[in-house]
Write a protein of this length. Structure first.
Length: 319
């Protein structure tokens, strides 16, 4: 018995060293009811990484590809300033619901080459849309280039508004505690004057942390906002966006009033497809992640041409 036990122990150690998975004693693989056949290679969920060209630079990006042959609708998930909260838990939940999800880093952010600026971020969003619409790319990612939705958090919400306003093919977009950068700068200039507006906006940007950003300064970004304040306010895009499906999510972070005003202006302009949700949490939705996910998934499932996708919606993790 001692020799047999020694032999078994040695076999287990050898299997571990060689990277082999030993077959448990008394196991019957052929009749094991817990074995599940893997999906076909072309149908399984996966993650693909790539670099997306934008004005001479290559943006670091990844796509969570949904299971199934597709073509799947797609979301471009836009991060905020500087981008500490990436919302990739939402990306995973959206993928389980049948959506491809693209996440990328703007030029000059988080290791993507180039200089960061708000203008560049707007251009980069347009570049990401163009990339997904290439037939070869759409085919490889099993996505429908005619069904792309923009969803942005904080500054990413600003990018979603600007991106949708510049692209009539975007029929739906969502904002999560969006930062109305132009509107806020307009208000600062009106109440404080240009010099103090630049100083206050720069201090606010610096306070968010700019270590992940390259080729920019707080004052330079503030001056850029001042230059484009009128064109970049949410109110300036209402007329262009009044025929889109829109989700506006807010929290207790001080941005709710300007987002509510945006939603109200869209409705006043005739948009009957504006949904709003308020969650009692911080700017990062730290203790409301499941509720945020449920809100986004329900809105996506209700979009036109989503009836079949809604059948595959799986609830987010947790109770």
């Amino acid at each position: 018995m001692h020799r047999a036990a020694t032999t078994i122990a040695f076999s287990l150690v050898l299997a571990s060293v060689l990277g082999l998975a030993p077959t448990p004693l008394h196991a019957h693989p052929a009749t094991d009811n817990h074995i599940v056949a893997a999906p076909k290679g072309g149908d399984r969920a996966e993650m693909q990484t790539m670099q997306i060209p934008s004005h001479g630079a290559l943006m670091n990006a990844l796509v969570y590809v949904a299971a199934g042959a597709g073509p799947h609708p797609a979301v471009i998930l836009l991060h905020g300033f500087p981008g500490n909260e990436r919302n990739l838990d939402l990306a995973q939940d959206m993928r389980r619901a049948g959506w491809d999800v693209l996440y990328f880093n703007y030029r000059g952010s988080w290791g993507t080459p180039g200089d960061f600026s708000f203008s560049h971020g707007i251009e980069d969003t347009t570049a990401a849309l163009a990339y997904l619409r290439q037939p070869g790319v759409a085919g490889k990612l099993r996505l429908d280039p005619g069904r792309i939705v923009l969803i942005g958090h904080s500054m990413g919400g600003f990018m979603a508004v600007e991106g949708a306003a510049r692209d009539p093919a975007i029929k739906a977009f969502a904002t999560i505690s969006a930062a109305d950068l132009g509107g806020r700068m307009q208000s600062l200039r009106a109440t404080r004057g240009e010099r103090e507006a630049i100083a206050r906006a720069g201090a606010g940007l610096a306070g968010e942390g700019m270590a992940p950003l390259a080729g920019c300064t707080p004052e330079g970004l503030a001056r850029e906002l001042l230059q484009h304040a009128a064109d970049w306010s949410f109110q300036a895009s209402v007329g262009t966006l009044k025929n889109r499906s829109v989700l506006v999510v807010t929290s207790d972070d001080g941005l709710a009033a300007e987002n509510d005003a945006f939603a109200a202006a869209l409705r006043k302009a005739g948009d009957t497809r504006v949904s709003t949700t308020h969650l009692p949490t911080d700017h990062a939705y730290s203790d409301q992640r499941l509720e945020l996910s449920k809100t986004v998934l329900a809105w996506l499932a209700a979009l036109p041409n989503q009836a079949h996708a809604a059948e595959s919606v799986a609830p987010p993790r947790g109770p």
